[in-house]
Write a protein that binds this ligand. Structure first.
Ligand code: IPE
Ligand code: IPE
Ligand code: MG
Length: 246
């Protein structure tokens, strides 16, 4: 593989822009630990990076960005940390509607909203409703998202409709399953980036990532820069996607 020059802006060279990028925003806790700070300080720092990178993706012409903010498994964390995250989400969502307005970003939440507080649920709905007529990048924020949970829900929905006679079993196909996921109507991610050096998917977009290119980066999310996103896109451009063909 050719040497990738750091800081080289992707816009300086011919490239294919991924239409849909997924980011597993990981490493906040380790970032805080390195600085002897509470884990919540890492989440706050990660929240700032999220804003910068979201705006950057919109600026360079990415059409869909899906960020993993909180998994169905993250409820296992100490109550103190979960509470700090909920507070961060609430503070953030209070500003999000105006924050992304000039970029015309459409905000969507993927995941099950049920366990969130009424305040937080109301803010999530307000952000979705208030941004739905915009025409810019679609930003999916995965909150209480787990891909297995998403697939279980799809199976239940489809089964219910089969039971009602709306479909017969033979009409169940891949498109029908895709149409029953939170990401219905959106293209599958072309590129998923995981900072923090972990080589795993952690229940993110399992169905949708069948042919996604993965780029693992040895940087903690709060240290992630626009240049790192450029580098991930450069790496993506050097991949040979075959989709099972030759
Ligand atoms: C990701 O960072 C943020 C969330 C899961 C909410 P982590 O909190 O997982 O950070 P590490 O992996 O412990 O460093
Ligand atoms: C995945 O990171 C979830 C988010 C980034 C929101 P985790 O830190 O929860 O994943 P594991 O535990 O390392 O697999
Ligand atoms: Mg982690």
């Amino acid at each position: 593989m050719a040497f990738l020059k750091r800081n080289k802006k992707v816009s300086e060279e011919p490239r294919i822009l991924p239409k849909h990028i997924g980011i597993i925003m990981d490493g906040n806790g380790r970032w805080a630990k390195k600085r002897k700070l509470p884990r919540s300080a890492g989440h706050n720092a990660g929240g700032k990076v999220f804003r910068t990178i979201t705006r950057y993706c919109s600026d360079i012409g990415i059409k869909y960005l899906t960020v993993y903010a909180f998994s169905t498994e993250n409820w296992k964390r100490p109550k103190e940390e979960v509470d700090a995250l909920m507070k961060l989400f609430k503070d953030y969502l209070e500003e999000a509607l105006t924050d992304f307005k000039e970029d015309s970003i459409v905000v969507r939440f993927i995941g099950d909203k049920t366990p969130f507080s009424d305040d937080l649920k109301a803010l999530m709905i307000e952000n979705e409703e208030g941004s739905k007529d915009r025409n810019g990048m679609v930003l999916n924020i995965a909150m209480n998202y787990g891909s297995r949970d998403e697939i279980v829900r799809a199976v239940k929905n489809i089964s219910e409709r089969v039971k009602n006679g709306e479909y017969d079993i033979d009409s169940i196909d891949e498109d029908l399953i895709s149409d029953n996921l939170y990401t219905a109507g959106q293209p599958d991610p072309d590129l998923i980036i995981r900072p923090s050096g972990e080589y795993r998917i952690s229940n993110f977009l399992l169905w949708q990532s069948a042919y996604t290119e993965f780029v693992i980066m040895n940087k903690l999310w709060p240290d992630f820069k626009k240049e790192d996103l450029d580098e991930a896109i450069n790496i993506f451009n050097k991949r040979n996607r075959r989709f099972g063909g030759v």
